[in-house]
Design a protein around this ligand. Structure first.
Ligand code: GUN
Length: 293
């Protein structure tokens, strides 16, 4: 029987821990974790994500601040906001929602966030700490950190002897995911749009992680029988069965096909998504604990 990995349930476990540790931190040190989320422009999907991040921060007992900036915001204005959040001792985590509007350069903004407040794990210092295996003092990007919680639940802490294939090589997901798997002793292949014979490479995977943004690209016969399949994609496709003009959310994996072959699989929605937010809360708490000494 294929196990469906319930991301909502596992995220609840993480959030329960975060809430408990937050109230202990507050009573022992008086420090309340502070998360600032910045969004520029009016992309509706980004607003949904950002609102749920801010709301969850409140539910965890954090100070939660949301800065919603108009689409015409300049590079200098955004940089000035990040600088002021860097200087604010009540803020322990700064997240600038991506993608930014086209006229803004995201990389200088991300690199201007203090590494110890970079709860997205995108600063070069945090990416570098992950690359050298320093998971203790660095902050790891939330979606791969969440996916790794699923992998550990299925396979334990030590992935020695297991083949992992990550499809996608982004800084936000593919690269850190591969590093985390490698740190846990998996044999890791990073595949991407230029990879030759992707289905054959995927079939070698005991752990298959898809993050390409191509709806339902990974077919059932790409999956090794019994493999753990983690689907990081979220795309909207037409759903005429729900009514004219309606859409539904799907991942990068053809779920119906893959679920017949996999040992365990994450659904979309309800898999990786809820874990990303939970790990953001965990990262913000970690920053606050470090600031508290
Ligand atoms: N856009 C989509 N996912 C993310 C994320 O994890 N962090 C940020 N900052 N932007 C995103």
């Amino acid at each position: 029987m294929t196990q469906v990995i319930d991301g909502k349930l596992i995220a609840e476990d993480v959030l329960t821990e975060v809430k408990k540790a937050t109230s202990e931190l507050a009573s022992e040190t008086g420090v309340i974790p502070g998360l600032a989320v910045v969004i520029v422009g009016d992309d509706p999907a980004s607003h949904v994500y950002v609102n749920s991040k801010s709301k969850m921060a409140k539910e965890c007992g954090f100070k939660s601040v949301q800065h919603t900036l108009p689409v015409e915001t300049t590079q200098e204005e955004l940089a000035a906001l990040v600088a002021s959040l860097n200087d604010d001792p009540s803020i322990h985590g700064v997240l600038v929602q991506l993608p930014l509007p086209k006229h803004l350069k995201s990389e200088p903004i991300i690199q201007s966030i203090l590494p110890e407040k970079d709860v997205d794990g995108l600063h070069a210092v945090n990416a570098g700490k992950l690359a050298i295996g320093d998971l203790e003092t660095g902050l790891v990007s939330c979606t791969p950190a969440g996916a790794m919680v699923f992998v550990r639940r299925m396979h334990g802490e030590d992935l020695s002897g297991l083949n992992a294939v990550v499809i996608g090589r982004s800084n936000l997901f593919g690269k850190p995911m591969a590093q985390l798997l490698l740190n846990a002793n998996a044999t890791v292949t990073i595949a991407h749009s230029r990879t030759k014979d992707l289905p054959a490479i995927c079939r070698t995977a005991d752990i298959l992680v898809a993050a390409v943004g191509r709806p339902q690209m990974v077919k059932g016969d790409w999956v090794k029988p019994g493999a753990t399949v983690i689907d990081v994609g979220t795309s909207r496709i037409p759903a005429p069965e729900k009514g004219e003009g309606k859409t539904r959310l799907v991942g990068d994996v053809d779920y119906v096909e893959a679920a017949k072959v996999a040992g365990a699989i994450t659904p979309v929605p309800g898999g990786v998504g809820p874990m990303t937010i939970a790990m953001l809360m965990a990262n913000t708490l970690k920053s606050a604990c470090r600031a508290a000494g």
